[in-house]
Design a binder for this molecule. Structure first.
Ligand code: NAD
Ligand code: DAU
Length: 351
């Protein structure tokens, strides 16, 4: 594939994916369509702004005229849809934006892709792909001894965020079944790594610990997540886009189940080592009121993508977490720009 449209490419995973494509020289052109919500950070890709293979466009995936024009003008062969409202706690406070972007705008993007695809010559229709990036949260919550989620697991979303992502997955499936649009959906577990917005567990804990602030652990900290280093996820998405079978879904996970308490303790001990002046950082742990409807456990069985696409994660959690902490320590100005709001000055016309 030469020309790719990435949506939500200023966010955490999207920006790591764009970087991977450009660094590996995988494509001729990457068009990044991003609305630049609070989670979209132009600084995530400033070092690639002058690369002739990269084009950033500010806009909404729900703007059908814009997406149709981008697909045609840039002769797009593959769409990778990262754009979403992604934070569970925000969806509990205010569900509606989640349904606007994750469902209504995703439907409009699918519709533009379908109309574009239907007009392509047959070879183009054959090779075109629409990859939808989804989550393991659509499957609901596991008990401690349940088998891990796999592609055949029933959908049982529990939060407004998960319900909106599940709705989007169903729409993507319907566009394949009804219209034949060549779609692939990936359902991934929790990602961590550089450039994750510090509302999510791992970056929040790193930055709070560095500032001597409390580390808020929901409930008793026993909830389990299956952690995957973001670059491993990006490689799985590229393989699914280029080699995945149309109409299929692929579950992607890190085989790294940890309780939240284990994750926070690991971050504290890495910081004790790298920033001994604040030690012991685990004295900052604070058990706070639980998240409403908090899913107990997520775990992914990645057998299908490992067997079909020869994917496997290259980073283990211990090393990946240390690399992540080191990235935040080396990029404190990125963190400070978020804390003082300066990361979006350009978007607001203030730079
Ligand atoms: P993020 O919140 O960091 O980034 C989302 C990006 O989408 C931002 O740049 C934002 O500006 C953009 N965006 C939001 N609404 C838009 C719209 N209407 N039009 C265009 N752009 C819009 O999210 P993330 O953590 O990078 O997640 C990316 C995708 O991966 C999401 O679909 C999420 O559901 C999925 N996912 C995330 C994880 C995870 O652990 N973070 C795991 C599995 C799946
Ligand atoms: O599983 C994939 C999902 O992982 C993605 O679809 C979501 O976009 C992504 O946000 C993430 O969802 P989680 O809710 O699992 O991630 P979060 O970082 O918000 O929380 C991870 C765990 O840590 C969860 O059990 C809640 C807990 N937590 C979170 C925060 C922010 C705390 O204990 N304290 C906190 O302050």
């Amino acid at each position: 594939m030469k020309n790719i449209l990435v949506t939500g490419g200023l966010g955490f995973i999207g920006s790591n994916f764009v970087r991977l494509l450009l660094e590996e020289g995988e494509v001729a052109k990457v068009v990044n369509l991003d609305k630049v919500t609070y989670a979209g950070n132009p600084e995530n890709l400033t070092d690639w702004e002058d690369d002739p293979r990269y084009l950033f466009v500010q806009g909404d995936i729900g703007d059908g005229d814009l997406t149709s024009s981008l697909l045609t003008t840039h002769e797009i062969e593959g769409v990778v849809n990262f754009a979403a409202e992604s934070h569970v706690d925000r969806s509990i406070d205010s569900p509606e934006p989640f349904f606007q972007t994750n469902v209504v705008s995703t439907l409009r993007l699918l519709d533009a892709a379908h109309r574009f695809w239907a007009e392509l010559p047959s070879a183009g229709r054959e090779s075109f792909r629409f990859l939808h990036v989804s989550t393991d949260e659509v499957f609901g919550s596991l008990h401690s001894d349940d088998p891990a989620f796999r592609e055949t697991s029933a959908y049982a979303p529990n939060s407004p965020y998960a319900a909106s992502k599940a709705s989007a997955d169903h729409l993507v499936r319907a566009y394949h079944h009804t219209y034949g649009l060549p779609v692939v959906t990936t359902n991934c577990s929790n990602n961590y790594g550089p450039r994750q917005f510090p509302e999510k567990l791992i970056p929040l804990m790193i930055l709070n610990a560095l500032e001597g602030k409390s580390l808020p652990i929901y409930g008793d900290g026993g909830n389990v997540r299956d952690w995957l280093y973001v670059v491993d996820h990006c490689e799985a998405i590229w393989l699914s886009l280029t080699m995945g079978r149309p109409g299929e879904t692929y579950c992607i996970g890190g085989d790294s189940e940890r309780t939240n308490l284990e994750v926070v303790d690991s971050i504290c001990s890495i910081l004790d080592d790298l920033r001994p002046e604040g030690s012991p950082h685990d004295q900052l742990k604070a058990f706070v009121q639980d998240r409403p409807g908090h899913d107990w456990r997520y775990a992914i069985d990645s057998t299908k993508i490992r067997a079909e696409l020869s994917w496997s994660p290259k980073h283990d959690f211990t090393q990946g977490l240390r690399t992540t902490v080191e990235w935040y320590l080396a990029n404190l100005s990125w963190c400070e720009a978020i804390a003082d709001g300066n990361y979006q000055r350009e978007r607001l016309g203030l730079s």
